[in-house]
Ligand binder design. Sequence first.
Ligand SMILES: O=C(O)CCC(=O)C(=O)O
Ligand SMILES: [Fe+2]
Length: 366
Amino acid sequence: MEGTVLIHKEKTASTSFTSAMSLTRMGTSQVPRRYVLPPSQRPNPNSIVSCSLLDPLPSNTLPLIDLASLQDPSMRSKVIDKIRNACKEFGFFQVINHGVSPSLMKGALDVASEFFNLPPEEKINLMSNDINMPVRYGTSVNHVNDKVHFWRDFLKLYSHPLSKWIDLWPSNPPKYKERMGNYAEAVHALHIQLLQAIFESLGLNPNYLQEEIQEGSQVMAVNCYPACPEPELALGMPPHSDYGFITILLQSYQGLEVMDKKQNWISVPVIDGGLLVNLGDHVEVISNGIYKSVVHRVTVNSEKKRLSIASLHSLGIEKKVGPAPDLLDEQHPKNYKDSSFRDFLDFLSVNDILEGRFIETLKTKA
Ligand SMILES: O=C(O)CCC(=O)C(=O)O
Ligand SMILES: [Fe+2]
């Protein structure tokens, strides 16, 4: 049958199911049971706060930061102040004038879309249940808990250094490597600038951990959320925070929601040419909790396929990260244990993403 794929080869060799993309193409009018969330975890449209994007920031708006002035010595400290406020208040902000060109962004979204439109037979050889695989196609299933599924197909790509990984990336569509690779490199350069600004906003040397960051890891999660016949019952991704320093996210359509301090879900509007920046668990740990990683989730809609490219940046897989010594003294003891990307992968391999966040396991006090 078109679209039926075998998954969980290692665990349940007989399990077969159809990807969200194939279900949508078949014109399914109801989501299969495995996507239906318990009522308490469903997106409740009445509780979602919509925000306008204003600058400067009154309450109840999401921060939008113009990076054009970051390189201007007379303006830099103003931008750093805005970044500090955004990190403290939300752990999230959007950026414009960030240096990644509109054509690179469009090129990456176009090839992402073409890849997910390929017939299942073309994608299946990239499918794996092993979260350590450097290139991994997945269709909605959660690697631990195969009872709850999410309305998402994804392709995870190890991306830095690009020359090490790009040969493993898909050769079809033919422009995939070139377009996605150019985007990955531009976003990698942007993430270095953003980290410098974030460190500066904490009072740290902007070049803190510079060498380790240059040698760090970049994993891109290219996500596809097809139109969903019953969007009120399912999610594209459950609530989680990202591992790593920051995630730079490009979205083609609305769907991402971030949780604010009052635990309201705030829907993130799409800004033409903008990119989203999520603080991840590394920043929470390095700042010793001054900043918190942002909890976010993805809702789906019945009208339109949504694509997103999440570029996740962290230290190398075995490198431990801990609170910055300059932020610690007798009044400010260490609130988090040191940990590595490997520790996170080990955590993920035995924990369902719905059951707690990795960062909670690092706290030295309750
Ligand atoms: O699709 C999105 O907007 C978010 C994706 C995401 O959170 C992730 O890949 O970690
Ligand atoms: Fe995420």
